[in-house]
Design a protein around this ligand. Structure first.
Ligand SMILES: Cc1ncc(COP(=O)(O)O)c(C=O)c1O
Length: 416
């Protein structure tokens, strides 16, 4: 530990909550240097959808390394990138009749969001983005302007501008009527409101507290964007890539986003990759190389990401995600005390589930108790009041049950 404390920046965050040194990891378990095993309900903040050191991916990556595949290629053509594009197109895009272009960006989610905002502003010639309360879109200045959390925003050091904040569906003042009223206001040339370049929304807010938008509300948001000549950007960076039992968190809702931001799980193995799916009509507004980035051609991520498609195209795997998600949701619901205080609730979809205990200090105590008993879990939402459960989708039933038992015992000790 001393090395980290002496040399690593004060910015250290998660390691303060999980104060041990992890040495190895396999599927849904991590083992620390003392040999203690932890069940992972955090999964790298939603990166490790297919588990730590996924065997299929590991084998493909070793083969790639041993055959001297191109590990780094900027945005040059490579064999591995072609395979990823082909596999993604045939598994995700074609079955949904989507003809979106894949724009590879610098390898983190915030890069994808920056590119999406830039393109929306380019296409519309407008400046303002509509974003939602509790939204989380990343830490670079454009994305941070769309992120709602005051703690993160406070670190910007400059005013975060050109974003108009709207309440998310389940927030005070939010809902379909609010969107309709805004539509009326926008139709009035004297409302004083600027029409947006884009409306950016997470169909399911993860960091924001596991808030699941309804199909009806998302359709109202879509109309808000499209009726006003703006682009609809879905940030599916945490809730996408199979997490909810379908590839996109909004699958089956008959929605037509102009840009879908993906990162985290898209690289499959925990190696970085981010990508926007862009309506070709808008994609044509980019000039070659205009939004560049050194790390857009990550060979290892392309190899693992292509392998991830074998899970996505497997209906029995995706159905199993739904089944495990239902197991999680049922167990969480059983933990809500009778006559629970207002605000205590279970929310989620698929294997993205949250227990809102309506108090950040209680949630923190539960998470710390879980850690002591061998379970990694991350609080989210306002003041960390929501315990978010996002285990790898590949977690064995036995580990899921054991993790839920540890969680239940911790909740009982701290929530009454
Ligand atoms: C919905 C969403 N968007 C964007 C981001 C930012 O991604 P990154 O941390 O890779 O920049 C995150 C990260 O948690 C996220 O959950």
């Amino acid at each position: 530990m001393k090395v980290f404390e002496t040399w690593e920046s004060e910015i250290r965050g998660y390691c303060r909550k999980y104060p041990t040194v992890f040495a190895t990891a396999s599927n849904a378990r991590q083992t620390d240097e003392n040999g203690k095993s932890y069940i992972d309900f955090f999964a790298g903040a939603g990166v490790l959808n297919f588990g730590h050191n996924n065997d299929r991916m590991k084998r493909a990556m070793i083969e790639f390394l041993e055959s001297d595949g191109v590990a780094h290629s900027l945005d040059m053509f490579t064999t591995t990138k072609r395979r990823f594009i082909q596999r993604f197109a045939e598994t995700v895009l074609v079955p949904r009749k989507m003809n979106h272009k894949m724009q590879f960006v610098g390898p983190t989610g915030t890069n994808a969001v920056e590119a999406a905002l830039k393109l929306a502003r380019r296409v519309t010639g407008r400046h303002v983005i509509y974003a939602f309360s509790h939204g989380f879109h990343g830490m670079t200045l454009g994305a941070l302007a769309c992120t709602a959390n005051a703690y993160f925003r406070g670190a910007a050091g400059v005013p975060l501008e050109y974003v108009h904040r709207l309440p998310f569906e389940n927030e005070p003042g939010g809902g379909i009527d609010q969107i309709r009223e805004l539509q009326c206001a926008l139709a009035d040339a004297s409302s004083g409101l600027e029409k947006p370049a884009a409306v950016i929304v997470e169909p399911i807010q993860a960091e924001g507290g596991v808030n699941v938008a309804s199909r009806e509300w998302l359709h109202a948001v879509e109309a808000l964007a499209h009726d006003n000549g703006a682009l609809l950007i879905f940030d599916d960076i945490q809730a996408g890539c199979g997490r909810t039992g379908t590839y996109f968190s909004f699958d089956g809702m008959d929605l037509a986003p102009d840009i879908i931001c993906l990162a985290k799980g898209v690289g499959g193995y925990g190696t970085a990759m981010a990508m926007n799916l862009v309506n070709p009509e808008h994609d044509g507004h980019w000039k070659p190389g205009e939004h560049t980035g050194t790390f857009r051609g990550q060979g290892l991520s392309f190899v693992a990401g292509a392998e991830a498609m074998s899970y996505i195209e497997d209906d029995s795997f995706m159905n199993d995600v739904k089944r495990k998600g239902a197991v999680m949701a049922d167990r969480l619901k059983s933990l809500v005390p009778k006559n629970a205080a207002p605000g205590i609730a279970v929310r989620g979809k698929g294997m993205l589930q949250g227990l809102d205990v309506a108090d950040g200090s209680i949630a923190g105590a539960i998470a710390a108790d879980c850690f002591d008993n061998g379970l990694l879990i991350g609080p989210c939402g306002t003041e960390g009041r929501v315990l978010k459960l996002i285990p790898p989708l590949t977690i064995p039933d036995a580990d899921l049950a054991e993790g839920l038992d540890i969680f239940a015992a911790a909740v009982r000790r701290h929530l009454n």
